[in-house]
Design a protein around this ligand. Structure first.
Ligand SMILES: [Zn+2]
Length: 641
């Protein structure tokens, strides 16, 4: 990679690269500009052509072309490298040209398709049908153009025919997510296949055309995913179209899914997409906050109303990846979600994610039943006011909790405390954390230390749980507890073997011991517990099921364990069935063994935590951990009796 960076640097001049973003004025042998990274009136941002470096004497930032592009575009190094390599015409290694070419083709096709849908909207069938609807919803023509809205006409083969006509192969088009392969038709939420397995009547003509098209040999395996829908192209940060969100056309069969989105493809990863990010990111950076709304229409309407630092999660809950993308541009988020109960839950979860990433969150609230798009259309001023009056996330949480539960009753106090502490636990900053604990204690008229203790216990418990999970997930032994881990693995094989060999044992485990095994990260064991009932506790059915599900690893393991438990070779190398006199008794012993192993692991974790707490001289934690240790070791001891 080192030589690639040099190569790119030798081919690009810093003055040209930065000149695309800034107005550079010659100043002696250097160049000067207003710094894009802080507010200033007289330029203190210098560019040295000779040294190919930049430096701002106002805010102190500086570097080469890579650091500049990373900073101004909000990119990771890898992405900046790609961007600049492209600009320099340098091929990156470890970056297969075949893959890159393929991605380029996908990009080309999506760009072409976007234009096709735009033409259908402005000049085709959509002109009479869709354009008036969009205007009625308050969108100006320039806004519709800016966001490149389009219309996918009725019919099964419009996009296919247009794109194959432009020389693209059907396999290439399929990679864009624009098509549905017929074997996947049952997953096409756009199609309503009725119980008599005929397609909805309103599409009869389409179906006839579709059937006719079978004569076109190869391409009849596919049909258009988007039919009779308003198209919202979704772009990546640089404005390249990577997918679509498609709304059912007004007047079309409303029983269809309201929105159909592009499935995951090589270029479209929905957990990493933020609708509008290409248009909003510079604005977010400059204003140093982002407005996060729920849907595409909210973004477009808010943007038209002059709030251009606006983005939306598109058809998902906010993800960690999305939070990290926003964080490249700002640490401040204002959230504007629907305030129905689903919206409130989503808001809560999103706040937690943002707290974990140490972001500052504010909540924009409006009367229920209205979304950002409605308000922006009806009265943009109201939207601006609501944003101005947004509340800090913790204040919002507190308010909600107090409105939900009765603070003058003991039970209500408990619920409020649990509800709010759950959020406080996620705050990283100690000062802020203490502030909210104090506030909660005042409002609830509860002793502060009682709340702090509750919070500590909750934190410790979740830490114990987390470390257990990560140890289990890691699977492979990490040194000192190698022997123990092996033991628990052997026990898991034992119990699986017994379950597979005896339907009665399997049934008993599912009905009586599921809780004891709930800890397990053993995927086969989990399947046995979860699906045992529906498989009739039958080994043969299990094998078929695993094969269908593509769980080859689990299937192979199930068969191996089954045969080892059930058969052995006798002295003459003949297969002999193993006789187990009392399988239920054996089950009891294995379960007991597993329980003991789990306790042992817990004790080990507590010992580690205890050491840490003692080092930190955290008396409260030491007390708690000691009593926890005693409790669990007592339980473990009782099990061995
Ligand atoms: Zn600066």
């Amino acid at each position: 990679m080192g030589t690639e960076i040099e190569d790119i640097k030798s081919k690009l001049n810093i003055v040209d690269v930065l000149g695309e973003y800034l107005r550079l004025d010659k100043a002696g042998s250097n160049y000067r500009a207003l710094c894009p990274f802080h507010n200033e009136k007289s330029p203190s941002f210098m560019v040295s052509e000779e040294r190919q470096m930049w430096k701002c004497f106002g805010c102190g930032k500086g570097g080469d072309i890579f650091s500049f592009v990373m900073e101004i575009e909000g990119l990771e190094f890898r992405e900046a490298l790609k961007t600049l390599a492209e600009k320099a015409g340098v091929k990156l290694q470890g970056y297969s040209p075949q893959k890159a070419k393929e991605k380029n083709r996908i990009g080309e096709i999506l760009e072409l398709a976007t234009k096709f849908y735009e033409v259908q909207l402005w000049k085709g069938e959509g002109k009479e049908k869709i354009l008036p609807y969009l205007r009625e919803r308050g969108l100006k023509d320039e806004t519709i153009r800016e966001f490149r809205l389009g219309y996918a006409p009725r019919g099964w083969r419009n996009a296919i025919q247009f794109l194959t006509g432009r020389g693209y192969k059907i396999e290439e088009i399929a990679k864009t997510g624009l098509l549905v392969e017929k074997k996947d038709a049952y997953r096409d939420s756009n199609l309503r296949i009725h119980s008599n397995s005929r397609i909805h009547e309103s599409h009869e003509e389409d179906i006839r055309r579709f059937e006719d098209s079978r004569t076109f040999a190869d391409s009849n395996r596919f049909y258009d995913r988007f039919r009779d829908r308003v198209m919202f192209p979704i772009a990546d940060y640089s404005g390249r179209v990577v997918g679509y969100s498609a709304r059912v056309a007004p007047g079309a069969d409303e029983s269809q899914a309201k929105y159909v989105n592009t499935p995951e493809t090589e270029v479209y990863h929905k957990s990493k997409i933020l609708y509008g990010i290409d248009k909003a990111r510079m604005e977010i950076k400059q204003r140093d906050w982002a407005l996060l709304v729920e849907g595409n229409m909210d973004v477009i309407a808010a943007s038209q109303a002059g709030i251009r630092n606006v983005i939306a999660v598109s058809g998902t809950a906010l993800t960690e990846d999305q939070v990290n993308i926003i964080k490249r541009y700002t640490k401040n988020i204002k959230m504007f979600f629907d305030m129905d109960s689903a919206g409130q839950l989503a808001t809560r979860k999103s706040i937690k994610l943002c707290f974990a990433a140490e972001m500052n969150v504010k909540i924009v609230e409006l009367s229920a039943g209205k979304d950002a798009a409605d308000i922006a259309r009806e009265d943009p001023k109201k939207l601006l006011e609501a944003i101005r009056d947004s509340r800090g996330a913790m204040e919002y949480i507190l308010l909600k909790a107090f409105s939900r539960f009765e603070k003058n009753e003991a039970e209500g106090k408990k619920k409020i405390a649990a509800d709010v502490l759950d959020m406080i636990a996620g705050i990283e900053n100690e000062v802020e954390k203490n502030y909210w604990i104090k506030k909660l204690s005042q409002e609830l008229e509860i002793n502060e230390t009682a709340l702090t203790d509750t919070l500590k216990k909750a934190n410790l418990r979740s830490r114990i749980r987390r470390s257990e999970e990560s140890a289990d997930a890691a699977g492979s032994p990490d040194g000192k507890n190698l022997a123990d881990r092996k033991k628990i693995e052997i026990l898991a094989d034992e119990i699986i073997g017994l379950m597979l060999s005896f339907q009665g044992v399997w049934k008993r485990v599912v009905e009586k011991e599921a809780a004891a095994l709930a800890f397990s990260k053993d995927s086969l064991l989990n399947i046995l517990v979860k699906d045992g009932q529906s498989l009739g506790f039958d080994f043969g059915k299990l094998v078929d099921f695993l094969r269908q599900e593509g769980k080859e690893k689990e299937r192979a393991r199930a068969e191996k364990i089954y045969f080892e438990k059930k058969y052995r070779l006798d002295l003459n190398n003949n297969l002999e069935e193993i006789f187990i006199e009392n399988p239920l008794l054996e089950l009891e012993q294995i379960i007991k063994g597993i329980k003991i192993e789990i306790k042992k692991e817990k004790l080990l974790k507590i010992t580690t935590d205890l050491k840490m707490a003692e080092e930190k001289k955290d008396k409260g934690a030491v007390e708690l951990l000691k009593s926890e240790f005693k409790k669990i070791s007592d339980e473990a001891f009782n099990l061995t009796q």
